[in-house]
Design a protein around this ligand. Structure first.
Ligand SMILES: C[S@@+](CC[C@H](N)C(=O)[O-])C[C@H]1O[C@@H](n2cnc3c(N)ncnc32)[C@H](O)[C@@H]1O
Length: 226
């Protein structure tokens, strides 16, 4: 137990050293996943479910690379990181070299162009706040090319007690119910929800329209099998 915790904290520390995007675009929702959320997601995938070590992993919408780099550092066999934004991918490659994750293959393209089969897809997609439905496009693609999918989505939970508790314990994830809409969407695209974990996510002030120094909200991590 202690060993596992130490490894998760080590991973979090390493991922916190990645350089951010210098000019993130609001329309692409280029928020970097917090290191603690990335480590939690990777840790669940690697050690609760054995979906990283020795696996072929795809990071869809990789941004500056935290999920892909983390998967490589945890022992994935092959890792591909894909993003539509050239600058993000350039920084991801520099981050990977700095952290010793040279095995990641970085690709600049729209997710629509991705084909092939991957054991595991990791994604922190745009939540569809700027462009409605983009999160569903990511889910659809992930289910086309992945056997198991780890996908982060904005939670619809309005329970203030749960929110306050998870806000205090940012390194915790609790089992949760799927949103009926996403559940129906996933099933219609050949997926079956294996688990949902709820956790708090915190993003700093990044864009002019942000009014707070940081924004904390709940996200759901969907683990989906095809
Ligand atoms: C919320 S950010 C997440 C970035 C990174 N995965 C992370 O968690 O730090 C979403 C990413 O998806 C990328 N993206 C948006 N639309 C895309 C598309 N159609 N094809 C490929 N990447 C896209 C954005 O450029 C952005 O880097």
């Amino acid at each position: 137990m202690q060993k596992r915790l130490a490894r998760k904290l080590d991973l979090e520390l390493l991922l916190s050293k990645t350089a951010p995007h210098p000019t993130p675009s609001p329309s692409l929702e280029q928020y970097t996943i917090p290191a603690e959320t990335a480590a939690m997601m990777l840790y669940i995938a690697a050690y609760s479910n054995q979906n990283i070590v020795g696996k072929k992993v795809l990071d869809l919408g990789c941004g500056t690379g935290r999920l892909a780099i983390g998967a490589a550092l945890l022992g994935a066999r092959e890792v591909v990181g894909v993003d539509i934004d050239r600058t993000a991918v350039k920084i991801a490659a520099v981050n990977a070299a700095k952290l010793g994750a040279e095995k990641v293959q970085w690709v600049v393209t729209d997710i629509d162009a991705i084909a092939g089969q991957f054991d595991t897809v990791l994604q922190n997609p745009p939540f569809g706040v700027q462009k409605r439905g983009v999160d569903q496009r990511f889910l659809e693609k992930a289910l086309q090319v992945g056997t198991v999918v780890y996908s982060l989505h904005k939670s619809i939970c309005r329970d203030s007690k749960i929110f306050e508790a998870l806000k205090k314990h940012k390194n915790e994830a609790i089992p949760a119910q799927p949103s009926p809409f996403l559940e129906a969407f996933i099933e219609a695209h050949g997926g079956r929800i294996w688990a949902v974990y709820k956790m708090a996510m915190s993003i700093p002030h990044m864009f002019a329209f942000h009014t707070k120094k940081k924004h904390v909200f709940l996200v759901d991590l969907y683990v989906i099998h095809k």
